[in-house]
Design a protein around this ligand. Structure first.
Ligand SMILES: C[S@@+](CC[C@H](N)C(=O)[O-])C[C@H]1O[C@@H](n2cnc3c(N)ncnc32)[C@H](O)[C@@H]1O
Length: 209
């Protein structure tokens, strides 16, 4: 059975996320800029990169290697098409992070925005241990109502996400990251137009302390 994310068009996802009452694509773009430039690193891996929102902040020479990982091959193809300037730097990796025998290269910085909700804590820990980054930065969404998908004309395109979605709590995330030697460094919140909020938490490996 296909993961629900493999059946969602990128245009439906991006049109929904950029609606005025949702405003998440814009908020995530601003957060990605902070995430990319908070540390002096030469390699970054972005999990659930989708169409590459925020990659335009990367200019020639900022990074030697940028890995974009996603389960949806069409998203990755579009991501590569949108950023010809990152040719030779951007390497796309089509992988199901929930799958067995996962192999991922090392990167100094690991970014996961609105991704942990679809793989859960245990799988995320497994991925962090594989990539062995010095720094991890993640964004999770906190809902103020019962729905994790905001109301929009695209709402029903996301119906099957219920099958894989799990609510993430920032305190629990900090606890599970500590189990694998990643310590919370900072946390910021961004309010969204519909009352939901995005919480960005940065972690660093104990060896960096
Ligand atoms: C909510 S979107 C977030 C996209 C982007 N990070 C953003 O913030 O706009 C979740 C992304 O994670 C990808 N994804 C979900 N489950 C995955 C899995 N098991 N393995 C790899 N990628 C996955 C989806 O295809 C999608 O691009």
């Amino acid at each position: 059975m296909l993961n629900p994310w493999e059946s969602i068009d990128l245009s439906d996802y991006e049109n929904h996320m950029s609606l005025d009452n949702v405003g998440q694509l814009q908020a995530l773009n601003a957060l990605m800029r902070e995430q990319l430039f908070s540390h002096e690193v030469k390699s970054v891996m972005i999990l659930g990169v989708a169409g590459g929102n925020g990659l335009e902040h990367i200019k020639d020479g900022n990074f030697e290697r940028v890995y974009g990982v996603d389960i949806n091959r069409a998203y990755l193809a579009e991501c590569e098409r949108r950023f010809p300037s990152l040719s030779g730097v951007l390497e796309i990796i089509c992988a199901d992070l929930l799958g067995d025998n996962l192999k991922l290269p090392h990167a100094e910085l690991l970014i996961a925005d609105l991704l942990i909700e679809y793989i859960g804590y245990e799988c995320f820990k497994k991925v962090v241990k594989l990539v062995k980054p010095k720094y991890v930065s993640c964004v999770i969404q906190i809902n103020t109502d019962n729905s994790f998908v905001s109301d929009s004309p695209y709402l029903h395109k996301f119906d099957r996400l219920d099958e894989v979605h799990c609510q993430i709590c920032s305190e629990e995330l900090t606890d599970v990251m500590r189990e694998i030697d990643y310590i919370q460094d900072s946390q910021t919140e961004a309010a969204l137009p519909n009352g939901k909020k995005l919480v960005k938490t940065d972690f660093l490996n104990r060896s960096v302390l």
